[in-house]
Design a protein around this ligand. Structure first.
Ligand code: GUN
Length: 284
């Protein structure tokens, strides 16, 4: 079997077109949607991710604001910047790029973000809304993965999804989302991680497998049920080359699979734009 492609680039392009329309409608009503980013330090991949987010904003007509702070910034100075973005009416939504350099308290920073401007859906209030099934911004990568599976008619409702990884930005919110009684979700969800006994045996039970462990090539063909959908969401870097958690040879057994480039990444960025426009619509 050669897996069908889960084409995040094509779907993200359609979502950007939808966002462009919504941004234009808001502008006609006198609202110029603004998205902010706060980057601390000089981590190469983080800086590249932030630059791509600003390029996406420019494409869809969203105004973007950026604060770049040095790696040795104090916690107080970082919190001042967060307070400034909270108070700025031109910034409808923003994010603090993670991970923060050692020595900064990520939890305190996330808590300081105004939940109504939390474009990442990572504020405890918004994570709590997700647990409750209430409306609110949902973390971008999990939301993008659900959209990607749905758009490619991958059966999820009633099926078994194995999520590898339990991190704050992907695994944990994704598991909550997939288990909810919502279109494109309603799955039986198992969360595993690299410290689990018989990881391969558990992953092989998945009708859908989402790898979000950040370990290159973790998922190999023997670990995949023939015909399963396999999503590579975790990334790592070899120099400037982006590596996937899913070995390319998995395409021989999977029914659907994300490409190494152009799968989940573009979807995360598209959902960020959609969350930003939603925040602006809510603010009216
Ligand atoms: N770094 C890696 N993924 C993310 C994300 O989803 N949000 C933020 N703020 N930083 C990240």
């Amino acid at each position: 079997m050669t897996a069908r492609l889960l084409d995040g680039e094509a779907l993200a392009s359609r979502i950007r077109a939808e966002v462009t329309d919504r941004v234009a409608r808001l502008r006609d009503a006198g609202v110029h949607v603004g998205l902010g980013t706060i980057l601390v330090g000089d981590d190469g991949p983080s800086a590249r991710y932030v630059a791509m987010k600003h390029a996406d904003c420019a494409e869809v007509g969203i105004h973007s604001a950026h604060a770049h702070l040095p790696a040795d910034v104090s916690q107080a100075e970082l919190l001042d910047t967060v307070a400034r973005f909270n108070a700025d009416p031109a910034v409808h939504a923003y994010l603090v790029q993670l991970p923060l350099p050692a020595g900064l308290d990520e939890e305190r920073v996330l808590l300081a973000v105004d939940p109504e401007k939390d474009v990442d859906g990572l504020h405890p209030v918004n994570l709590g809304r997700l647990v409750m099934g209430a409306n609110g911004p949902v973390a971008c990568t999990p939301a993008g993965i659900v959209e990607l599976l749905h758009a490619h008619d991958v059966p999820v409702s009633g099926r078994h999804v194995v999520v590898i990884g339990r991190g704050l930005t992907i695994g944990r919110p994704l598991a909550l989302l997939l288990a909810m009684k919502r279109p494109g979700c309603n799955a039986a969800v198992t969360v595993v991680h690299t410290g689990v006994d018989d990881l391969a045996g558990l992953v092989r039970q998945g009708d859908v497998v989402v790898a979000a462990a950040g370990r290159a090539g973790l998922v190999t063909p023997e670990m995949v049920k023939p015909g399963a959908a396999v999503v590579g969401a975790g990334t790592s870097w070899e120099g400037r080359k982006l590596l996937s958690d899913v070995d390319e040879s998995v395409a021989e057994v999977a029914g659907w699979m994300t490409p190494r480039i152009g799968g989940v990444g573009p979807m995360t960025r598209a959902m960020l734009l959609r969350n930003a426009v939603r925040a602006a619509e809510r603010s009216r």
